[in-house]
Design a protein around this ligand. Structure first.
Ligand SMILES: NC(=O)c1ccc[n+]([C@@H]2O[C@H](COP(=O)([O-])OP(=O)(O)OC[C@H]3O[C@@H](n4cnc5c(N)ncnc54)[C@H](OP(=O)(O)O)[C@@H]3O)[C@@H](O)[C@H]2O)c1
Length: 279
């Protein structure tokens, strides 16, 4: 009997989640006016949606990644004041020069906000993980994100900019870490708190978003708009636009008292349920 009731409630919840996502708007306004946002991996997926949402809120946007053709296409799609630069975050030795080159060449003059979105996933679950996969994922998701944040924090401090760093981790950082990806996302959530503690005295706000399974723009097109995902308590994937709206809020002046937090946006997948994903 209780099972029947539960199923009924779940069906109703899923229906709402499914019908309402199509109308999820990208928030529009001017809450990032005068700010410049640097987004790693801004040429596709969640990063591209964040870039569009920042531009829709009057920010100057700089996207970076490893594939210039993809970034140029994204730059056109974003419109507004957008620039694109090549920056490989897995090459931490070249990171300082890469960031300096962006600062010297951007027409925006300064950068206020860093969104550490770029990330990769590779490798089998433990104990079948191999050292190469682990190193590759850690090099990008952990060392790359950490090093760019360090370079950026020093830039903000020396230029007296009260800026933001926002890390895009994953709800995988909330699950038992059985893959290189999950290990990396635990780490990102941990150093979010460390960075926040070290930087808040300089007026720099650091936070983290932990998305659940998310449909990027491409998946949305392929599925003809059907985002159903039975393993999620909400019955569907999160959309990249939903994550982008949260990113805009957290990096705007409205989010300044949210410090060192990881905000989950999952539809309940990975926060209410834990074994609904296979890695
Ligand atoms: N999609 C999901 O379900 C989901 C769920 C939770 C968390 N996330 C997190 O959200 C973030 C974005 O994921 P996504 O799904 O949007 O992935 P995606 O579509 O694969 O986008 C990742 C972006 O990062 C860039 N990138 C990868 N390695 C890079 C490097 N070494 N240096 C600079 N840029 C690099 C890629 O461009 P290039 O290859 O051209 O460099 C690409 O534009 C990731 O951190 C991911 O862990 C995703």
């Amino acid at each position: 009997m209780l099972g029947k009731v539960k199923r009924k409630i779940r069906k109703a919840v899923s229906k709402c989640a499914k019908t309402e996502y199509v109308t999820v708007p990208v928030s529009q306004g001017d809450i990032l006016k005068g700010k410049t946002v640097l987004i790693t991996g801004g040429g596709s997926g969640i990063g591209l949606s964040i870039a569009k949402a920042c531009a829709a809120n009057k920010a100057n946007v700089i996207i970076c990644g490893r594939t210039m053709s993809k970034l140029e296409e994204a730059r056109t799609a974003i419109g507004g004041n957008t620039e694109a630069f090549n920056l490989d975050i897995s090459d931490s030795d070249k990171m300082r020069d890469g960031f300096e080159s962006i600062i010297n060449n951007t027409k925006f003059g300064k950068i206020d906000i860093l969104i550490n979105n770029a990330g990769i996933s590779k490798g089998e679950p433990f104990p079948n993980t191999n050292a190469d996969d682990l190193k590759e994922v850690i090099k990008t998701n952990v060392i790359g994100t950490y090093t760019l944040s360090e370079v950026f924090a020093k830039y903000l401090i020396s230029n007296h900019i009260c800026g933001n760093i926002l890390n895009i981790a994953s709800v995988s950082g909330n699950r038992p870490a059985i893959s290189p990806y999950m290990v990396s996302k635990w780490s990102e959530m941990g150093f979010t708190k460390g960075f926040a503690k070290s930087l808040i005295k300089h007026g720099i706000v650091v936070n983290c978003i932990a998305p659940g399974p998310t449909a990027s723009g491409m998946l949305l097109e392929k599925s003809g708009g059907d985002l159903s995902y039975d393993k999620s308590p909400s019955g569907r994937y999160v959309t990249a636009e939903e994550i982008a709206n949260l990113a805009v809020f957290l990096t705007s002046s409205m989010g300044r008292m949210i410090v060192g937090e990881t905000i989950y946006i999952t539809g309940g997948c990975g926060t209410l349920t834990f074994d609904d994903i296979e890695y």
